[in-house]
Design a protein around this ligand. Structure first.
Ligand code: GSH
Length: 228
């Protein structure tokens, strides 16, 4: 199997955690795609994933699987013992519901804020950032405020259960974790009154799959190119 990704970016990080959880890292060849140079917008990559986003999994038979949830489903079920996506109908439904909420209420608004209200990945890549979008600070702030509401929501959820979709660590936790990681990069701080979310995050950060996973840091050259 091959994974087309770029270390340090939030959606690729989701799959790096899954690979570590499932002890599959050694079975995967990582192919780095240079997002900042817009390699993912070139025809060669768009043939793999017409959406032009990372990560993408390539199976040994040549099949390409995009979308982090689909990749997670595949990897989690490879050994016949899914641990991240549920086993019972109820678990599967709750995990999918919460992971989608994590995308819709946290990861996606942080992404829009990052790309349209901050320098994001730079002017060369985001040529589509029109003056209206880039200049409409209220648009970005609405997305930041949405992300903050998302954090407050997950804080409330975690007050009554140890993990985002219930009693066990799952794909939904991975998405919330990636959302917070992206929020750090975008400069959106977790509100002080979200102490349960902060404690959950510290607990998840200590999981071996999260703490020791390969490629958790941005490629240093990327940080330099982004002006950090
Ligand atoms: N829905 C996709 C989102 C993937 C995504 O947005 N990936 C980012 C990297 S974290 C990307 O490739 N961005 C490139 C761009 O927006 O131009 C998934 O779940 O995998």
């Amino acid at each position: 199997m091959r994974i087309f990704d770029r270390p340090g970016f939030p959606n690729p990080a989701r799959i790096r955690i899954v690979l570590a959880e499932k002890a599959l890292e050694s079975q995967v060849e990582f192919v780095s795609v240079d997002l900042i140079a817009a390699e993912h917008q070139q025809p060669a990559f768009l043939e793999k994933n017409p959406s032009g986003v990372l990560p993408v999994l390539q199976l040994d038979d040549g099949t390409y699987i995009a979308e982090s949830t689909a990749i997670t489903e595949y990897l989690d079920n490879l050994d016949g013992h899914p641990t991240l996506t549920g086993t019972t109908p109820k678990q599967k439904a709750l995990i999918h519901m919460m992971q989608r909420r994590a995308e819709a209420e946290l990861l996606d608004p942080v992404g829009i804020y990052f790309h349209h209200a901050t320098p994001g990945l730079g002017p060369d890549l985001q040529a589509f950032k029109s003056p209206e979008w880039a200049g409409r600070q209220d648009w970005g702030n609405r997305q930041r405020d949405k992300a903050l509401r998302g954090m407050a929501y997950f804080n409330t959820v975690l007050r009554s259960q140890p993990f985002v979709a219930g009693d066990a660590f799952s794909m939904a936790d991975i998405t919330v974790f990636a959302g917070l990681m992206f929020a750090d990069a975008a400069g959106i701080a977790v509100p002080e009154d979200c102490s349960t979310l902060v404690a959950w995050r510290a607990k998840v950060a200590e999981l071996p799959s999260v703490k020791n996973r390969s490629g958790q840091m941005f490629v240093p050259e990327d940080l330099r190119r982004l002006g950090f």
